[in-house]
Design a protein around this ligand. Structure first.
Ligand code: SF4
Length: 335
């Protein structure tokens, strides 16, 4: 855990019991997140990528206190929240805010923009006077690129991009230390996506908020992230600085994800060889033995089914793969 981390997760697990046909049967556990360690630092962004169902959103919800943590520790400013009391959880709710994927669905249709943005202030900053809350709401509306004249309108009167700006204002108005963005641009048109990403980067420069940015679009993740983490079936497969991870992936799964990203250069795009992974994502209720990626991995050998690969340092990043050196060497030779 980094000393400068605002929020740090240490081997966090989020398991849910599944229902059974008969009451005397023991319930199998769905391992949505099965050991995630990460640190979020002021003014920096950690990107989180992986297929749908890999546990990204559950991890995001666990970090904000919205999903129960089964095991592991969550530290806010070095204090262990998981062993703390109501005050610590209250601090987490104030200091860690979330932006959701569907901007319109995340806003209460019966409330005006001003009421939506003021709500977290009323709940989490009771120390502020009403006049100060009103001033902060008006200021926040302008900082996200809306106008004060729009404060009395309702969410359905806005476009998707404008609704996401309202969601960002609602999250930032309490001056959180950490912003967890769960696919904040996935539901938006490409041109709007770029503006929302630019807005988040600008607001981060101003406020130095630490960000966790979850997205499917790897190009967007590369643009906004300082570091990137790749998840598969609730486990971290690889982590590295953004440039290092995109230029020199160490894990077979990362390579497969990156091979699907279109290239702007026409010649490079024509030469691009897409790595097709066989089969579907296994069930997190019944993960494969050993390496959880082995049932779809082109490099799998016997040892992969017998031993869980630990996250280890390699070429300036960290990777959970028994054969990462071979994967990197063969990839370099094929390039
Ligand atoms: S440990 Fe084995 S199965 Fe897992 S990613 Fe590496 S080569 Fe593939």
């Amino acid at each position: 855990m980094s000393d400068s981390a605002v929020l740090a997760a240490e081997d966090i697990k989020v398991h849910f019991p599944l229902t059974t046909d008969w009451p005397w049967q023991s319930a199998p556990m769905l391992r949505a997140v099965d050991g995630a360690t990460l640190s979020l630092t002021a003014g920096r962004t950690l990107g989180l990528v992986g297929e749908s169902g890999c546990g990204k959103s559950t991890l995001a919800r666990a970090l904000t206190g919205l999903a129960p943590i089964t095991a592991g520790r969550l530290h806010l400013d070095g204090r262990d929240i998981t062993r703390g009391g109501a005050r610590d959880w209250q601090a987490l709710r104030r200091d860690v805010q979330m932006i959701f994927q569907d901007p319109l669905a995340s806003l209460d249709p019966r409330m005006t923009v001003a009421q939506i943005i003021a709500e977290p202030l009323a709940n989490l900053r009771r120390d502020l006077s009403r006049a100060e809350r009103r001033r902060r709401v008006a200021d926040m509306v302008e900082r996200v690129g809306l106008s004060k004249s729009q404060m009395g309108r309702y969410p359905h009167e806005f476009s998707g991009g404008q609704c996401q700006r309202i969601g960002i204002a609602r999250a930032l108005v309490v001056e959180p230390r950490v912003l967890v963005c769960d696919e904040p641009v996935s539901a938006l048109d490409v041109s709007i996506q770029a503006r929302i990403v630019d807005l988040l980067m600008e607001l981060q420069r101003e406020t130095q908020v630490a960000m966790l940015f979850i997205a499917h679009d790897l190009a967007v993740v590369r643009q906004i992230s300082d570091e990137v983490r790749v998840m598969y079936l609730g486990n971290v497969m690889e982590q590295a600085g953004a440039a290092a991870l995109f230029d020199q992936p160490r894990h077979p799964y990362t390579r497969a994800l990156l091979s699907a990203v279109p290239r702007p250069d026409l010649a490079a795009e024509r030469a691009r060889q897409r790595i097709q992974l066989p089969g579907d994502l296994p069930s997190p209720a019944n993960p494969p033995s050993g390496c959880v990626f082995r049932t779809r991995c082109p490099w799998a050998t016997d040892v992969c089914s017998q031993r869980i690969p630990a996250l280890r340092t390699l070429a300036g990043g960290q990777v959970a793969c028994h054969h990462a050196e071979r994967v990197m060497a063969e990839s370099a030779a094929a390039a």
